[in-house]
Design a protein around this ligand. Structure first.
Ligand code: AP5
Length: 216
């Protein structure tokens, strides 16, 4: 039976950081909607052009294109055993669509770790974030700086600050999260899948909390 985890939480709380670690530890694919959009932007696809027009304003990309992109991604062979979903679903309509698509693979959402932190922490984390151009590896200038300034430790590519990490866009992203994504907290709590994780702890401690929550 495939095993699907949805990592939920506000922008900058550490979803991507933890989803990568969980995917390596559990040998499951890491499916990040934000990374998929950024890959399309880099490759200048039609989807990338459309997504960028929403992302740069801090708005959500429309449900229909987002759902189609994720369905295509989780149909690939590396998701047969399950996946760690990061950034999807982000609306109740996406969550309903996910339930239907997983049923096709005889699976379901197994657990939803919901990572929390106050807004000031989110802004501090996002404003210090640097992302690797080649593969999306993530650094923070204070909390996890690269060994060599401006370069990814893992693949040596340039690291950059995301266009949507400007303060006015971040504030909008947090507002959009509160309005459109926060209803998923109750959505998954009602289904008995939600586990709250204190995201204010250092990365290693958050991983420990997540691993122990997923074992239960
Ligand atoms: P997306 O890329 O998903 O961005 P997000 O959800 O806003 O989340 P972030 O990537 O900003 O943060 P994160 O929680 O992953 O934190 P990270 O691990 O990097 O989405 C971008 C945009 O794409 C959206 O605004 C939307 O337009 C569109 N989109 C994506 N999915 C969509 C969907 N489903 N529907 C519609 N539109 C969609 O960590 C942040 C920083 O903090 C890093 O520097 C990291 O090193 C550091 N850090 C992490 N954990 C810790 C810790 N415990 N202690 C100290 N520092 C830490």
């Amino acid at each position: 039976m495939p095993f699907y985890i949805v990592v939920l939480g506000p922008p900058g709380v550490g979803k991507g950081t933890q989803a990568k670690i969980l995917s390596e530890k559990n040998k499951l694919a890491h499916v990040s909607s934000g990374d998929l959009f950024r890959e399309n932007i880099k490759n200048q696809t039609d989807l990338g052009v459309l997504a960028k027009s929403f992302m740069d304003k801090g708005e959500l990309v429309p449900d229909d294109v987002t759902i189609a992109m994720i369905k295509n991604r989780i149909s690939r062979p590396d998701c047969e055993a399950g996946a760690i979903l990061d950034g999807f679903p982000r609306t109740p309509a996406q969550a309903d669509a996910l339930e239907k698509m997983l049923a096709e693979f005889k699976g379901q959402v197994d657990k939803v770790p919901y990572i929390t932190a106050a807004e000031a922490i989110l802004i501090d984390r996002i404003s210090g974030r640097w992302t690797c151009r080649a593969n999306g590896h993530v650094y923070h200038e204070k909390f996890s700086p690269p060994k060599e300034a401006g370069k990814c430790d893992i693949d040596g590519s340039e690291i950059y600050q995301r266009d949507d990490d400007k303060i006015e866009t971040v504030t909008r992203r947090i507002k959009v999260y509160m309005e459109q994504t926060a209803p998923l907290i109750d959505y998954y709590r009602r289904r008995g899948k939600l586990v709250e994780i204190d995201g204010t702890q250092p990365v290693e401690k958050v991983t420990e909390l997540l691993l122990s929550a997923l074992k239960k």
